[in-house]
Ligand binder design. Structure first.
Ligand SMILES: Nc1ncnc2c1ncn2[C@@H]1O[C@H](COP(=O)(O)OP(=O)(O)OP(=O)(O)O)[C@@H](O)[C@H]1O
Ligand SMILES: [Mg+2]
Length: 473
């Protein structure tokens, strides 16, 4: 047995489902004394060879006995699991046996049938979740650095693509672009569905296409524009819009000529220059990114990977803000299908208060977020309360551990005990995707080129001389 495994304590009518969450030695009265006595005896008395009643073996067995601490997860009767756990099986007449995760899940009615294979559970049997369990839900993948979070996110993303879903990925380390490729560089059937765009280079916006609502959102949330200036800005915008002259150039002229307080004009100019110099906006039609067009072009699902790695923090915030408000706008008018949003280290590009608002509103319109983070405290507690699925990798830090255990949907004991001892590449799945029954799984490798790995100094030093001697072809 390992921590995280399930046991079944069966009686003729019903059986109690138990999950092992911790393990310790059997502690019975007098056992310490017994151990001490034996130690003293073996140290001081030599030559005791005869043990006719085999006492030592029994005593060794008892001293080595383990006790498994379990939590009751429900009752199975007539092959169906119910969450009732208000009874105790008989200590003498019930039979305790191992319950495999696969069998356990068969006793619960699962939603959907689109499988995404994540790895193995119970040291060997295949473990999958249903894509439907992510649909309409909020998911968090968290754990310490280099534990395999992005890896799992890629498996989920590829799985969603295989089932024809749409996703937008905010990619900080340039690692999701290769999700459609195999390790040897050949393409999977999903490769054509992945589009990588770099804001400011192949992803630029026009004022008219972005629209007033997104721009005012951007001015308030990313550029901290005060209310008075914002009102003037809206008036200028509306005037330009009526004249059909929504371009960067005419916006600048209009601010110049606008009759208003000097402070307001300064505030307007400051924001105008930030927007104009960000390189995110263009007046040229052929350079404009069309989000709606992206969805229209990709028929059987697609992933839009927004590469944020070489983008300045301010531009990052602006791009994310623009894309999200455009997405919500298009979804509201039912112009694009619902989509999954993969957000790595979300706190780096949006304020947490704003995320909370987005999460609540966006889920309603059809944006289902997967947060990936190694700082669980960067996600607000109020967001955790709305989370449906959590994939937990190991944590060494106690503060992180207690935060996560409080936020997760099962008892804090289980989470603490299991997560503390998790080996690398193993994670604890909680919530909807496992039908409320925590599962410890070992995540599969992914057949995709390694990317997003941390660059190292010494590796480069080794690589340089070999590169130097090879002649160019
Ligand atoms: N289940 C797995 N099987 C094989 N390799 C894995 C597995 N999980 C992770 N890895 C490898 O371990 C390394 C770290 O994984 P990954 O980049 O996903 O970690 P991370 O938690 O996202 O790290 P960071 O916090 O730095 O973003 C990668 O090289 C990845 O390929
Ligand atoms: Mg990562």
């Amino acid at each position: 047995m390992r921590i995280g495994d399930y046991l079944l304590a069966s009686e003729p009518e019903r059986a109690l489902v138990l999950q092992v969450y911790d393990e310790r030695y059997l502690d019975i009265e007098g056992i310490d004394e017994e151990i001490a006595r034996e130690e003293v005896l073996s140290a001081s008395v030599q030559g005791v060879t005869s043990d006719p009643t085999d006492m030592t073996t029994i005593s060794t067995l008892i001293r080595d006995m383990h006790v498994l601490l379990c939590k009751a997860r429900g009752t199975i009767s007539n092959g169906r699991l119910s969450p009732r756990a208000d009874w105790m099986p008989s200590r003498t007449s019930s039979a305790v046996s191992r319950l495999l995760v696969g069998e356990l899940q068969k006793s619960v009615a699962a939603e959907g049938s689109r499988r995404i294979r994540l790895g193995t559970a119970d040291s060997g049997s295949v473990f999958s979740i249903n894509a439907e369990s992510l649909d309409g839900r909020i998911t968090v993948i968290t754990g310490r650095k280099e534990s395999g979070k992005s890896h799992l996110a890629k498996i989920l993303l590829r799985g969603l693509l295989e089932h024809g879903a749409y996703s937008v990925v905010f990619d900080l380390n340039d690692e999701y672009g290769a999700v459609g490729l195999r390790e040897d560089g050949t393409k999977t059937s999903e490769a054509g569905k992945v589009t990588v765009l770099r804001p400011g280079r192949d992803m630029r916006f026009s004022l008219s296409n972005v629209g007033l609502r997104s721009i005012t959102n951007l001015l308030t949330h990313s550029l901290d524009m005060p209310g008075t200036s914002l009102r003037e800005f809206v008036k200028i915008w509306q005037q330009l819009d009526e004249r059909g002259e929504l371009t960067l150039g005419s916006l600048e002229t209009a601010i110049h000529q606008w009759r208003c307080n000097e402070f307001v004009r300064d505030a307007l100019f400051a924001r105008y220059h930030t927007i104009a110099s960000s390189g995110l906006f263009t007046d040229r039609e052929d350079q404009q990114f069309d989000l709606r067009g992206f969805f229209a072009r990709s028929g059987a699902g697609g992933a839009l990977v927004v590469s944020l790695s070489g983008v300045s923090p301010l531009n990052r915030r602006m791009v994310v803000e623009l894309i999200l408000s455009k997405v919500v706008d298009l979804l509201e008018h039912k112009k694009i299908p619902p989509l999954f949003l993969f957000a790595e280290e979300a706190h780096l590009y949006l304020k947490e208060t704003y995320w909370e608002d987005l999460i609540t509103r966006m889920r309603h319109f059809g944006v289902f977020t997967v947060f990936v983070t190694n700082q669980p405290d960067a996600i607000d507690q109020r967001i955790y309360r709305q989370v449906d699925n959590i994939f937990l990798y190991s944590f060494s830090n106690d503060a992180d551990l207690s935060l996560v255990s409080q936020a997760s949907m099962v008892d804090a004991d289980t989470v603490r005990a299991i997560v503390r001892t998790l080996p690398p590449r193993n994670c604890l799945a909680l919530g909807h995707s496992v039908m409320g029954l925590p599962v410890l799984l070992s995540v599969d490798p992914i057949d995709s080129p390694a990317s997003g790995t941390t660059r190292r100094f010494f590796e480069d030093l080794v690589a340089v001389p070999t590169r130097g001697v090879t002649k160019p072809a």
